[in-house]
Design a protein. Structure first.
Length: 206
């Protein structure tokens, strides 16, 4: 008896009853989560995550127990959310060995014949090297050189002379006073003494 190909698909278990992302990728050391959706008719069935090139010979890694409790096997966990009809699989701390072919599957009871198989959908997992974080270059803060305060800065000459009398000896005004005003004073003093000198009259009398 000949049947149309579209009708034959209805006799194949798992056709259009389970869907998945097809492929997922993650980086080394990170966590990877993926979801597979199933039809409402498969509520209450055990779901499992297996690895292998073919679904009929894949190795089961972790499976549910017919409830919504998260089940874990090492770094891999699975949860069945019946309200969302979603299977969530999480792989933690990804390594290069985690890359490969996997399957989301639903455990069912079928008549053992050549057509009997659990509904399944393939998922290819890719693992890429972690991107190194940019190194932060720390520039040491430069401490401004401490300027030595001038002891005579912002103080009057009188205060400077009281606190630092020796500093006046090297000051420019003091040198001008010595080399200009002192000779002028001596000249004026000599002139006064010359004018007021005793004058001698004739015969040697003053």
């Amino acid at each position: 008896m000949w049947l149309p190909p579209a009708l034959l698909l209805l006799f194949l278990p798992g056709c259009f009853s389970l869907t998945g992302p097809g492929s997922v990728s993650g980086t080394l050391g990170s966590s990877l989560s993926l979801q597979c959706q199933y039809e409402e008719a498969y509520k209450g069935y055990n779901k499992y995550w297996c690895r292998g090139q073919y679904d009929t010979g894949c190795t089961s890694i972790v499976e549910t127990k017919g409830g919504e409790k998260e089940e874990r096997n090492g770094r891999v966990s699975i949860r069945d959310s019946a309200d969302d009809l979603t299977i969530t699989v999480t792989i933690e701390n990804l390594s290069e060995d985690d890359a490969g072919s996997y399957w989301c599957k639903i455990q069912t009871i079928w008549i053992l014949d050549i057509w009997s198989r659990d509904p399944s959908v393939p998922v290819e997992v890719y693992v890429s090297p972690a991107t190194p974080a940019p190194r932060e270059t720390t520039v040491p803060a430069t401490t401004p050189a401490l300027q030595r305060a001038d002891p005579g800065q912002n103080i009057s000459i009188k205060e400077a002379s009281a606190q630092y009398p020796w500093s006046l000896l090297s000051s420019v005004p003091f040198l001008l006073l010595i080399f200009l005003k002192v000779p002028l004073f001596l000249s004026m003093l000599s002139a006064v003494l010359w004018v007021n000198r005793p004058q001698q009259g004739p015969g040697g009398r003053q």
